[in-house]
Ligand binder design. Structure first.
Ligand SMILES: Cc1ncc(COP(=O)(O)O)c(C=O)c1O
Length: 385
């Protein structure tokens, strides 16, 4: 047999997918996965049905349907305060997942170092390994996941092609402050590095925290590449619609590659998505409020069940501390929890470069009844350990 690519050796199986499969096997309540268990707004479902009925079945413009790109640009300007142009700066991708891969492929040479804060979303390293580029992890200090500024500067000094900022951050729930983003931006400017942001949770932020768009900070647009998605904001993770906003030169290269890799995101859903982009400000305030309510329901159960936790400032994830239960590590705990109480979470160790084995990640993007049911099951753990 001929060899397969050795690059794959560096890419571990996705722990999230493994936990999803295990949860399915045991019919557990799945708080491991990254998707909601409720439907998107009815207006979007209607818009998708209409798009199919109207006959939008063929490829759209590969960079994304023009009217959708304009709508994305208008919405980005509405929330960030930075004017961008749908023709020059916006590309529609197959989820933010494709967006991030394209961006890394466009900027990385083999051997390039790309800084990633740990804990991190597991996809970034896989993309870098495929490109023979090197992920370099910079530890964030819990419980607030603060930046170690000296350590970050040292990594820039050693050489960095780019830094990836997941903001709000999966899995920590950290929302970067304007001051932190200005600091990172100043290092990126001093060492001439790109800033790549993953802002898929931009609208899931809990007061008093607020989302700041790195690209909109003074002097940052030219070196900042903003990846985001419609997946989380509109509860349509299966529609596979993502966005990249970047300057003209980078956008041109992203489109070139996107054309070869996926040819384009689903055409009828691009048409339907325009409806979402025109939702008024109240829609975004309402989803943030609803997620805060879900978070509060779930955190109360964590507390009553004997978990510690780090309160998330944004996203729909929480890192829960299992030190109160008698387990060697988070992986055993997660498998045990599925089998015995029927709730799935993701072992926290899959998100950390450091040896962290006492945290697990729960997703609370669920209907209140799901959260209550999961919470009641979690309360059983105390009796069993
Ligand atoms: C931080 C982060 N980025 C990107 C994604 C994937 O987004 P998309 O559905 O747009 O590919 C996820 C999904 O869980 C995520 O948590």
């Amino acid at each position: 047999m001929k060899h397969l690519s050795s690059r794959l050796n560096k890419i571990p199986a996705s722990v999230i997918s493994e936990m999803n499969n295990f949860a399915r096997l045991y019919k557990a309540i799945n708080l491991a996965s990254g998707y909601p268990d409720f439907n998107p707004p009815e207006a979007l479902v209607e818009a998708a049905v209409n798009a199919l009925r109207k006959g939008y079945h063929q490829y759209a413009d590969t960079a994304g349907r023009s009217s959708l790109r304009q709508a994305i640009a208008r919405k980005f300007s509405r929330f960030s305060g930075l004017e961008v142009d749908g023709d020059a700066h916006v590309t529609v991708t197959v989820g933010s997942t494709e967006a991030m891969f394209l961006v890394l492929a466009v900027i990385c040479e083999p051997g390039d170092r790309v800084l990633i804060f740990s804990p991190f979303y597991e996809n970034y390293a896989a993309g870098l390994h495929l490109l023979d580029a090197q992920p370099v992890y910079v530890h964030l200090r819990p419980p607030e996941f603060l930046i170690d500024r000296e350590a970050l500067r040292r990594e820039f000094e050693r050489g960095a092609k780019a830094i990836i900022i997941c903001n709000p951050a999966n899995p920590s729930g950290k929302v970067f402050t304007e001051e932190e983003l200005l600091f990172i931006g100043s290092l990126a400017q001093e060492f001439d590095a790109y800033v790549i942001t993953d802002e898929v949770y931009e609208h899931i932020v809990f007061p008093p925290h607020r989302h700041v768009y790195a690209a909109a900070l003074p002097g940052m647009f030219e070196r900042t590449i903003t990846c985001s998605s419609l997946s989380k904001t509109y509860a349509i993770t299966g529609w596979r619609l993502g966005t990249v906003i970047a300057d003209e030169v980078i956008t041109e290269q992203i489109r070139l590659l996107h054309d070869y890799i996926t040819l384009g995101a689903p055409a009828p859903l691009q048409l339907a998505a325009r409806t979402a982009l025109e939702f008024p400000d109240e829609y975004y305030a309402e989803i943030a409020r609803q997620y805060a309510e879900r978070r509060d329901i779930f955190l109360e159960y964590l507390e009553r069940s004997g978990f510690g936790y780090i309160p998330p400032q944004g996203t729909y994830f929480v890192l829960a501390d299992i030190s109160g239960f008698d387990f060697d590590d988070d992986v055993h705990f997660c498998y045990w929890m599925v089998r015995t109480v029927g709730v799935a979470a993701v072992p926290g160790s899959s998100f950390f470069a450091e040896p962290v084995k006492h945290l697990v990640r729960f997703n609370f993007a669920k209907r209140p009844e799901t959260l209550h049911e999961a919470g009641e099951r979690l309360m059983e753990i105390k009796k069993l350990r």
